[in-house]
Structure formats: structure tokens, C-alpha cells
Design a protein around this ligand. Sequence first.
Ligand code: PLP
Length: 386
Amino acid sequence: MRFSSLVERIGGQGAEAWQVHFDATRRAEAGEDVIFFSIGDPDFATPAPIVERAVAALRAGDTHYTELEGRLELRAAIADRFAKRAGVAVAADNVVVVPGTQNALFAASLCLLDHGDEVLGFDPMYVTYEATLRAGGADLVPVPTGPGFRIDVERVAAAITPRTKAIAFATPSNPTGVVATAEELNGLAGLAVEHDLWVIADEVYADLIYEGEHRSIAGLDGMAERAVTVSSLSKSHAMTGWRCGWLIGPRDLADHVARLTLPMLYGIPGFVQEAAIEALAMPVDEMRATYRRRRDLACKVLSAELPVLSPEGGMYVMVDVRGRGLSSGEFSLALLERKGVSALDAGAFGPNAEGWLRLAFTIGEERLEEGCHRIVEMARELPVVD
Ligand SMILES: Cc1ncc(COP(=O)(O)O)c(C=O)c1O
């Protein structure tokens, strides 16, 4: 039997990046002592008031179909929070609630990108971007980031062709933890206006900032009609499994995405939306402080032997394992085999990050410290080569 060409476009590296994690899971299930740095899923429980709100909604019978675009109260809360943070005039009509940032990216891709279009992403980029941005038939053009994995606006400018339709990126970035500066965002916004491009900004880690300040490109001049911001409660409120995220964009795009939810989703559960309303009213300072401590601890232990990129935001530390005679893919496999540590090969996020490992600091401090020591040990056992 024959499939559509879509199945080709949604295959690829995304799933393979986590192979080491799946192997590690099997080992842990078989009783091995494995330390996991491989998954960006907060280890905290979802805060109790959020859970209680969902339970109360369920008990009250909130188990039916819901509004396709999401409940007005939730969309208004999302719009209100974003308007204040980004300094931009958005209202509930600019917001569509979908199951996570991932779904918002997918919806944006389907509503904005056609066969023959090009979309620029930054190398390295989150592994699902390839399948997501190519789903509708567009070509993804990876633009290498510059030193320190920073956005290189000149390279972005040089990659623009008459086919370019959009730029997609995350700030803070996964895997690098780099937070886009005002200058970088201004540069991108200038290019977007000049070449009439959409900009898809993934802000799923915007609440987890340790250095500098999170800025939304949507707040810059000329961006109101071309900025699409996607985010969720997954990382900020330890709610990955609830699948509650959103897309914020110009009204006409929000209308198209809302229409897409009819054939694709038919709305998301009411009790999840109630929980989300509760979550949006809660501070996340405590979780951020915990992540910051872990970040500092990981960087301190690892940097005794290996160069690290201390993340400005997000939940990942990048460790440079070049010069040890192994590719980062080989290093990550050997690390699991020899030391029982599961860390992703950052090279799977783009060739520009070849030679680096991505460590998610989504584990408690004791295990985190132990895991980092094991990585240092492994590095010390390998000959240093040029
Ligand atoms: C950059 C980035 N975007 C999107 C997602 C997906 O997030 P969500 O759970 O909101 O779909 C992730 C998850 O790791 C991510 O790292």
C-alpha cells in the first residue's frame, strides 16, 4: 500500500536523537543504576492547586466537548500575561489553545508554509523542528549559529531567498540555553519586515531565565502582523503530560488555526483548561531557583575537566566533548555503556553542535552531581587528542 508524501517528511532524525534514552530506560528497568540527563521533562510534580482545580472540574462534570479555540477565560489570561510581558496589544482573539507548544508549532507550520516555501531555522535547533516545519511541504534551511551558539543575523540575512517565507527559532534555545538579546531580535525583526517574513518564536522556556532577560520578538516594531508566539505550561509549571499550550498571532492566523483545530483536535479537555487558568495565576520562582542551583552545580562539576556552556535559560547544559577521540554520538553511547549516564548527543540537534552533549538538569542535586562526576571520570579515562 502507498502512503502520502507526508510520512517521508515527518520521519528523520527527531526520533533517533532519543535512542540513547530508550536504551537507558531499558537498562534502568533491568535494574542497572542509570542517571538520566536525557529528557527535558521536569521532575517536579505539578503544583497541587493546579491538580485540585482539574479534579474539581472533573467532579463537576467538565468532561464534554469544549470551544475549539479554547475557553475565553483561559485565552484572555494567556493574552493578558503576554501583553504585559511582551509589551504588545494582544487580546483573547489572538490566542488559540492547543495541546502544547509542539502542536502550536505544527498548526503554525500547516497554516503558514506550503510546498516550495523555505523556512529558516537555527542550527542547532530542537529536534522536532525538522518534521514539524517540513510537514506541509516547505524546505527547512538550517542557518548555523555563531560563536557560543548565538544567533548570527548576518548569516540569517545571507540565507534569505525569494522562497523564504518564515524564520522559526526558540528563545531560550533548546539545546543551547542561549537567550536571544535585544540586538539579535531587532536584527531578525528588521529582516522579517524587509523581506515580508513570518517569525515563529518558540517561548516554551521563557519562564526559566537565569541570565539576562527574556524578550519577545512580537513586541518589536512591525511584528504585530507577522509574529507567531508559541508556548505552553509544560516546562514552567511541570505540566508536560497535561498537553496545554497556545499560539498567539495576528487575528487572521488565529482564526485559521482555530479552524484547523476542528479537523485536527476538536478542542482540548475542559478540566485541563481549568487547571491551566489556575497555573497562569501562580508564580514559578521556586522552580526557577531550583533549576538555577542545578545549573550552577552541573557547570561547576563538569568544568573541572570539560568546557561547558552555562545556559542563560531553559533546562539544558551543553558540554563540549571534542578532542577525546570520539564523536559526540559515540561519546554518549560509551557514556551509557561504561558509566550508566544517559545524555543526548547535541549533534542530533544540528551539525553545528557536533562534539557536544546536551544534559537536562531535570533531576535532583545529588544524582545530578553524581552523574556529572561520572562524565568527568569518563572524559579523564579518554586520551586527549588534537
Ligand atoms: C524548544 C521546544 N519547543 C517545544 C517543545 C514541546 O513542548 P510542549 O510540551 O509544550 O509541546 C519542547 C520540549 O522539549 C522544546 O524543547
